[in-house]
Design a binder for this molecule. Structure first.
Ligand code: ZN
Length: 152
């Protein structure tokens, strides 16, 4: 796994990214990931993920509706997008030659445009379900790293 961070990518987010990739098993996968911070994403999203089973581009927004996005929300977004990175690199989620969205071998193009959208697509359900665990794992790791705790 190769990871490339954009210029001036915050150090705390970079550290978190490595921890999250270990936690999610992304570090062991083959492929390239490029992560960059952007001032604003289309449709005022927190993050975006675009790629295939070889290379994935992730964007993390720093503002939404003109307001800065909190540190916690940026951490959650990185965790969320890295779940999508795993889905792409493991080819659980991909766009086929006809442009159809395929999840675990099933065509979801129809669902994507219909009622399924509001109920949550399976790849989004997985990403939302895991993003908090990724962050909790990071906080546990930070606690054990804190020298005041280690020296007691
Ligand atoms: Zn998502």
């Amino acid at each position: 796994m190769q990871v490339y961070f954009s210029n001036r990518f915050p150090k705390y987010l970079e550290d978190f990214t490595y921890s999250a990739m270990d936690f999610l098993g992304v570090s062991n996968l083959r492929g390239e990931v490029r992560i960059r911070m952007v001032r604003r994403l289309e449709d005022d999203c927190y993050g975006s993920c675009l790629g295939n089973d070889r290379e994935v581009d992730v964007q993390i927004a720093t503002t939404m509706m003109g307001e800065p996005i909190s540190r916690t929300n940026k951490l959650l977004t990185v965790g969320h997008e890295l779940v999508h990175v795993r889905q792409c690199l493991m080819r659980q989620l991909y766009i086929d030659a006809k442009g159809a969205t395929v999840w675990n071998g099933a065509d979801y193009s129809y669902c994507e445009k219909s009622v399924e959208r509001s109920r949550g697509l399976p790849w989004e359900t997985e990403a939302f379900a895991l993003q908090q665990s990724v962050l909790d794992n990071w906080y546990r790791y930070k606690k054990t790293e804190d020298p005041r705790r280690i020296n007691i």
